[in-house]
Write a protein that binds this ligand. Structure first.
Ligand SMILES: Cc1ncc(COP(=O)(O)O)c(C=O)c1O
Length: 237
């Protein structure tokens, strides 16, 4: 068995356990997601597709910041742009032209996008979509397929549902990827009540039999809105 030192990782982790709930600020980066005693716990630096832990071990990093870092760590062009902006200041009291530049770039690159609204994280973005759909359709129920963040309307359907009122779970219905019948069943059992179909368009399986177009047709037929959640795809598809 190949074993490298993770002494420094362990030293930092013993400090973290005293001041960070669960030892990690992000569930998917925490020690219980990896092999305790073997996997590194803290990364110190990264360049391109490699990262180095705090003990100096080098890794080919398949995770890439839970996926979105498609240009690799410390990309020279990205770094240069950030450095230039740091010199100018940030978090201003009024708007900045960059907001318009990025919105235009998104609208130009995503065929169905007419406008862009920025959020601080994925859960906020999906929640905005769900709220808009509920307001627009004047319906409360949701059909979903995938992971959509920690806000009540979604996380109520998982095991991490402590502290969340029961009605949330009753409003959200899970369907299965590549199984159109599982979505139709939800529409039939909740006739006229589904506000939105929210799904990850692609994760590990390719869509079969024109699945995404069929979902779109069915959703439209039932008067609901469709949201593709691409939070972790990072423009790969
Ligand atoms: C597909 C998808 N949607 C939404 C989220 C929530 O994003 P965040 O953790 O940034 O709130 C995630 C997080 O992993 C995700 O994978």
């Amino acid at each position: 068995v190949y074993k490298f030192s993770i002494k420094e990782s362990d030293r930092i982790y013993s400090r973290a356990k005293k001041v960070v709930p669960g030892g990690s600020q992000t569930f998917s980066k925490g020690v219980n997601q990896f092999v305790e005693g073997f996997a590194p716990k803290y990364l110190g630096k990264g360049k391109g597709s490699y990262s180095w832990d705090v003990d100096g071990n080098k890794f080919l990093d398949y995770i890439m910041g839970c996926h979105p870092i498609i240009l690799g760590y410390a990309d020279d062009d990205v770094n240069q742009a950030v450095i230039e902006q740091l010199e100018l200041g940030s978090t201003f009291s009024l708007m900045n032209e960059l907001e318009v530049d990025v919105a235009e770039l998104l609208v130009d690159s995503v065929p169905c996008a007419e406008m862009a609204r920025f959020g601080k994280n994925g859960a906020d973005a999906t929640t905005v979509g769900v709220r808009i759909a509920r307001a627009f359709t004047e319906r409360d129920h949701i059909a979903f397929c995938g992971y959509h963040g920690w806000h009540d309307w979604f996380i109520a359907t998982t095991d991490l549902n402590k502290g969340i009122p029961d009605f949330n779970e009753k409003l959200a219905h899970q369907f299965t990827y590549n199984d159109l019948d599982s979505l139709e069943k939800i529409f039939i059992e909740n006739k006229g009540k589904i506000a939105i179909v929210i799904m990850e368009p692609l994760t590990i399986l390719e869509p079969q039999k024109d699945f995404l177009n069929e979902v779109k047709k069915m959703t439209k037929h039932h008067g609901a809105l469709l949201m593709f959640d691409g939070i972790i795809t990072g423009f790969r598809f």
